[in-house]
Design a protein around this ligand. Structure first.
Ligand code: SAH
Ligand code: SF4
Length: 353
């Protein structure tokens, strides 16, 4: 690990405290905060409004980069770009930028690997390596924000759907969101974040009680316990009745619409029976269902659904007035479906990192 603390792990008061301990006035912290999160500076030499001595101290005691981009892949149509970052301890994480219509969405990671072991997920298949710190989560966003800025674009949405389970790393995930949401800095609106969880019930309840404006997505994938437990081992700990209790409590407390994620796997969970079971579970609830054809992974035999079966699934849900969107597998040629680490470089364009 880098011996120096990562500057993005610090909140504004932490920075002010540090500067005080260096004998610097607290207002310098606000200047640095603005440099980092408004101007998107990434090197102490850029902070020309600071005295030279302070720039030197920043350089000596803090690090401004922990994530090293080692591979950049762009989809054939140029709309999706995935960056693989290496960390000083040898771990690797990825982040993806997707640009479609007027949206520029970033999909970022919260852990290296994942402990949840969902059978169809490339990240689950690699197991848990470690939690990311809040600063390491923030740094993924700033990396893309700098690129967007030089291209004259703005990021419109941030989804925490990359590697890892955000609610297994709750504190760091929320700290990262709060830091990026800070009005005097990056000022990214809470409503433009989406946190996706595999269904950790205590954390869903906690998230509800905190009444955050951040959107919640729950990865469901099956509407009966037997099938869900065979795909998502976490379902044995938090079965569907408990999960839906927590989701209903969330909807009641926050009045916010939950998105349920469903990867359609041919003849596994894309049947009309599953759609009907799902509809009965969601009856009367403020929600939306996003279905996406499975991205096949090396260690899972399941196949993607067909277009016809996806349409049947959607219309089955709509019979019960459950809104459903079929998502396209954007950036499939770079395995940019979040949580997909394996890269198929055949169609992707490799760019200098
Ligand atoms: N751990 C969180 C967020 C990261 S995974 C979660 O599970 O929700 C983000 C989304 O990608 C989840 O909905 C997950 O189920 C889905 N996903 C993982 N592997 C996939 C695959 N091979 N094909 C389609 N979706 C997949
Ligand atoms: Fe982890 Fe989400 Fe993948 Fe499941 S789907 S293994 S929770 S990253």
């Amino acid at each position: 690990m880098d011996a120096k603390p990562l500057i993005f792990d610090l909140d504004l008061p932490d920075l002010a405290q540090l500067f005080l301990s260096w004998g610097e006035p607290a207002y310098r912290a606000a200047q640095v905060w603005q440099g980092l999160y408004s101007h998107l500076w990434e090197d102490p030499v850029e902070f020309t409004s600071l005295p030279n001595s302070l720039r030197q101290k920043l350089d000596a005691y803090l690090t401004f980069t922990r994530l090293k981009p080692v591979q950049v892949l762009e989809s054939g149509d140029g709309a999706t770009r995935k960056t693989l970052f290496s960390l000083p301890d040898g771990q690797a994480v990825e982040a993806v930028r997707m640009g479609y219509a007027r949206r520029r969405t970033l999909c970022i990671s919260t852990q290296a690997g994942c402990a949840m072991g969902c059978v169809f997920c490339a990240t689950g298949q690699m197991g848990f390596r470690r939690h990311l710190s809040s600063g390491e989560i923030v740094e993924q966003v700033l990396y893309y924000a700098r690129q967007s800025k030089s291209a004259g674009e703005r990021i419109t949405n941030i989804v925490l759907m990359g590697m890892g389970e955000p609610f297994h790393n709750y504190e760091a995930t929320m700290a990262a969101i709060d830091r990026l949401n800070h009005p005097k800095g990056f000022n990214f609106g809470a409503r433009r974040f989406t946190v996706s969880t595999v269904g950790l019930v205590p954390q869903i309840r906690r998230f509800a009680s905190e009444r955050r404006q951040v959107n919640l997505a729950v990865s469901l994938h099956a509407a009966d316990d037997e099938l869900r437990s065979s795909m998502l081992p976490v379902n044995r700990k938090y079965p569907l009745d408990e999960l839906f209790d927590a989701c209903r409590q969330y909807a009641e407390i926050t009045h916010r619409r939950i998105t349920f994620e469903w990867a359609l796997i041919r003849e596994v969970n894309d049947t009309p029976t599953q759609a009907q079971l799902l509809a009965s579970r969601l009856h009367g609830m403020l929600c939306h269902v996003n279905v996406i054809p499975l991205n096949p992974t090396r260690n899972y035999a399941g196949q993607a659904t067909t277009k016809e079966r996806a349409l049947t699934f959607k219309s089955e849900l709509e019979k019960y007035n459950i809104p459903c969107t079929i998502r396209l597998r954007r950036g499939i040629d770079i395995q940019a479906g979040c949580g997909q680490l394996a890269t198929d470089e055949k169609k992707a364009r490799k760019l200098p990192a």
